[in-house]
Structures are given as structure tokens and as C-alpha cells.
Design a binder for this molecule. Structure first.
Ligand SMILES: [Zn+2]
Length: 108
């Protein structure tokens, strides 16, 4: 069976395969939160700092990046706890950071 999408965990090197991008992201998300939750929390903190500095992200770019498969990428409670900001407000900026991180390791 040939998988269309594959990715490698940047933290432990585990490989993931899926027929759809959303399935691949779901697997990665589950793995990252399950095995590397400390690292994910650090990524969120780093993404928060980066988002605060980077204020020139165009709304169109965010719209293209955001898709239903990305909703809930990071857990709402975690985001609100770490950032102290409303989830909806932070979600777009965080998603941007995560997309760049994850897509960098996705091959076709
Ligand atoms: Zn891993």
C-alpha cells in the first residue's frame, strides 16, 4: 500500500504515513501531544513570542493556512492557560507557527 503523505517526527524520528494530509496531521498531533507534550508547550511559548513580534502577517495568508483540519491543532485549555489570551485570538497565530514547523517535515 502506497501512502501519499509521510512525515517524520523532528523530536524522536518516528515516521508517520497517511493517505490524506488531515489524517497525517491528526497522527502527528496525537503523537506530539502524547510523547512530546513538554516540547509542544515550549513551542507554544516560542510561537507566542514570535507572534507578538511578527505583527505583519496578512489576513489572507492566515486564511489560506487555516483549514478545518487545523482547528483544534493545539488544545484550547492548554493555549488559554499558557497564553492567558482567548483561544480564538491566539489560534491563528499559533497555527501559523505550527504549520511552518510541521510542513517543513512533510514529504510527498
Ligand atoms: Zn516523536
Amino acid at each position: 500500500m502506497k501512502y501519499k503523505y509521510k512525515a517524520k517526527c523532528s523530536q524522536c524520528g518516528q515516521r508517520f504515513f497517511a493517505q490524506t494530509r488531515s489524517e497525517l496531521l491528526r497522527k502527528l498531533r496525537k503523537h506530539l501531544w502524547g510523547k512530546h507534550s513538554d516540547w509542544m508547550k515550549r513551542r507554544i511559548q516560542a510561537g507566542k513570542k514570535k507572534a507578538l513580534k511578527k505583527t505583519n502577517v496578512s489576513p489572507d495568508a492566515l486564511k489560506r493556512i487555516l483549514s478545518p483540519s487545523w482547528v483544534g491543532f493545539a488544545e484550547k485549555g492548554t493555549i488559554e492557560k499558557l497564553t492567558g489570551r482567548p483561544y480564538e485570538e491566539v489560534k491563528g497565530k499559533l497555527t501559523d507557527a505550527f504549520v511552518q514547523l510541521i510542513l517543513g517535515s512533510i514529504g510527498k
